[in-house]
Design a protein. Structure first.
Length: 413
């Protein structure tokens, strides 16, 4: 049996991905309309989006006292932490982690613009999106070995199947492009795409660690990341003219054309704010694995677009259909990993939140059935000799503690 579970966090993931997708479409429109690349402009717009997005929401929380809800979220988390270790946390370590999170975020943007020109007609235009499932594998490995995340049976099964079909994706592309493909070039592009996705995973995992372990405000973290990336971007731009192409557009085109370019770049900037805010929100409140799901969940639909509009897959129906089946399977098991789909077979459902919560609910005695006078009598007798009787009775019935601990805490703004 298969059970579909729709959670509210899917909405946040969709907002993140829609803003990311529209920004990508705007970038493609600018590139086709003006036949120029604005790599440095996009880089600075992304960095400013992080600074302004993180800064505005952080100020909004403080000015309107919304941090009260955040303190509840942090307080619930801090129960599981050692308060002494938090107060003695090495500031150098924290700053270093913020720097590395910024560096990986910066680096994945640079790589994205480096390998994009390498994807010519001899390489599938959809290969970038079809390899984004690397993120869930790398994020899971980091969580398991660095953060001691307990991988359960449905996690392990999903990762194994996703890894197998990810390898099949690469093998399939090589087979159908043997005649007109340089293998070295193809593997180099694949390695760049994989490294680009691993950078995204490292950035997400560091953000998650800083918020969960150091109880750092996620939007303050986004602000600091943007400040670090400004410094890295300036260093990267030394000896180059980052505004060269936009200056040429102003000199060579009409005022109307240049005004349209400015409007499109401004929209790109606004969407960068939205995408960065929801990215850090989904990373730290849920997990990098949940955030990465939306990157490859819609791949079957993108394959259809690339095949019919961009003549992708060498116009081969066999190539297209096999790729489509592979993407559907990867998306399906990505949903199983994140428990949006629960598969009731082979014991894959046994350790899911849905089944565990159902089992716990069946063992709980509602508060209305608790005899208050009986509890009061037990409390009165604590001073005498019945301390053990009271603790055994409460732990046996699971009346109050289990009732309070049900459900997952959430952090809203």
């Amino acid at each position: 049996m298969i059970k579909l579970i729709l959670r509210k966090n899917l909405l946040y993931l969709l907002v993140f991905y829609i803003s990311y997708l529209i920004r990508f479409i705007l970038t493609m429109i600018i590139q086709k309309q003006y036949n120029r690349t604005f790599v440095y402009i996009y880089l600075y717009l992304m960095v400013l989006g992080e600074i302004i997005g993180g800064g505005l929401i952080y100020l909004y929380q403080n000015l309107l006292s919304i941090r009260k809800k955040q303190k509840i979220y942090f307080k619930v988390n801090s129960i599981k932490k050692n308060n002494d270790s938090l107060t003695k946390e090495n500031k150098t370590k924290k700053i270093s982690l913020i720097f590395f999170a910024s560096f990986f975020d910066f680096f994945h943007v640079i790589i994205n613009n480096l390998y994009a020109p390498l994807i010519n007609t001899n390489i599938s235009k959809s290969i970038d999106s079809r390899l984004t499932s690397v993120q869930i594998i790398s994020s899971s490995l980091i969580y398991t070995y660095a953060f001691k995340f307990m991988t359960k049976k449905h996690h392990k099964t999903s990762l194994i199947i996703i890894s197998i079909f990810l390898c099949l994706t690469i093998i399939l592309d090589i087979i159908f492009n043997l005649n007109n493909l340089h293998i070295e070039r193809f593997l180099f592009v694949d390695l760049l795409i994989a490294f680009h996705n691993i950078c995204c995973s490292l950035n997400g995992c560091i953000e998650k660690y800083l918020v969960d372990t150091n109880l750092m405000n996620p939007f303050l973290l986004l602000l600091f990341e943007g400040l670090f990336e400004v410094i890295i971007s300036i260093i990267f731009s030394i000896g180059k003219d980052p505004f060269k192409n936009i200056t040429k557009e102003y000199q060579e085109n009409t005022k109307g054309s240049f005004t349209l370019l400015i409007i499109l770049l401004f929209l790109n900037f606004v969407l960068s704010i939205i995408a960065n805010v929801y990215k850090v929100y989904c990373n730290v409140v849920y997990s990098p694995m949940s955030r990465s799901l939306i990157q490859y969940l819609l791949n079957p639909f993108f394959n259809i677009y690339y095949f019919f509009s961009e003549s992708d897959f060498n116009n081969s129906y066999i190539y297209f259909i096999i790729s489509e089946i592979i993407c559907v399977i990867i998306s399906f098991f990505g949903c199983i990993y994140n428990e949006y789909i629960v598969l009731f077979c082979c014991g894959l459902e046994s350790e899911t939140q849905e089944v565990i919560a159902l089992m716990a609910k069946n063992e709980i005695i509602p508060l209305t059935n608790i005899d208050i006078s009986e509890i009061e009598d037990d409390i009165i007798s604590i001073d005498n000799r019945n301390t053990t009787n009271l603790s055994e009775k409460i732990s046996k019935d699971n009346r109050i503690d289990n009732f309070i601990s049900l459900g997952n805490y959430t952090f809203k703004i």
